[in-house]
Write a protein that binds this ligand. Sequence first.
Ligand code: ZN
Ligand code: ZN
Length: 350
Amino acid sequence: MTECHGYAAKSADSPLEPFRFERRDVGDEDVRLDIAYCGICHSDVHMARNEWSSTPTTYPLVPGHEIAGRVSQVGKKVRKFKVGDLAGVGCLVDSCRRCPNCRRGLEQFCHAPATFTYNSMGKDGKPTYGGYSSAMVVDEAFALKIAAGLPLERVAPLLCAGITTYSPLKRHGVAKGSRVGVLGLGGLGHMAVKIAVAMGAEVTVLSGSKSKAPDAKRLGAHEFALTSDPAACQRLARRLDLIVDTVSAQHDLDVILNMLDVEGTLALVGASPKPLEFSAFSLIGGRRRLAGSLIGGLPETQEMLDFCAERKVLADVETIGVRDINAAYERLLKGDVRYRFSIDLKTLQP
Ligand SMILES: [Zn+2]
Ligand SMILES: [Zn+2]
């Protein structure tokens, strides 16, 4: 067994606290990753507090699926990694690898279904534990290569926030000159802006908070529009090709759909727990499309990491120690982080 220590939630209403646990031995196709940094994703908070009825939380829960570290042990059949390599793990740690979606590199939609990095059941019948911990043991097929020479605390959030926004931008054909809107400037939104800019798009940030305007420009956006200002929204009518909607609360889609040009697409990546409403006219009056996107498969996640490494696209982070995790959750819920917390796992006491 691989002895690990980390931080876990023991119930929906208790703070995260130190937790010792075991992971499987390093198998022939596994790598052991000593975790350097793990980003804090909004999903971690929802899951720690058992807020998603579709996926009830099993406790204790070790959250974290934005994991970056260094390979410290490899199984004898491992080909992709050697000891000392940098590696990352995102939201997935396994899948059936045989179903039509796995064969297409869409492991996130595995029929089996996929094994998620935490709050899932591993092939060994034991619960999976996430990256707020000292080490991971993962099949090499689900570990991603990280280029050397980048600050790992800023790479870690790419494993969820990066791929979640890269995937719809890529899928909907964003290229030089594409007119892209990003709704919501938080952890996901700030990555959407940086990646869309790196793809050559003209980017407009759509936000309900005026205070985000200077940051939008600093992150590379060309325009900023306040969604609570009807005149600003009207000026954007039929002006955008794609909008990536990162808002995870209920919001009005009609005003956003109206900003799309003919055959433009609104891609949802935020998961509002309450239903979203829109008028049919907002779609049919422009042959517009409403789409969704969920993280990305393994090949696309590697492609995103390589793209971001080449163009030096990294998350803006506030690095914290493990003792600050509970305070960080409260600040995250208030939107008080620019734009991702990254946990320094060196601060874990063995
Ligand atoms: Zn996430
Ligand atoms: Zn599958």
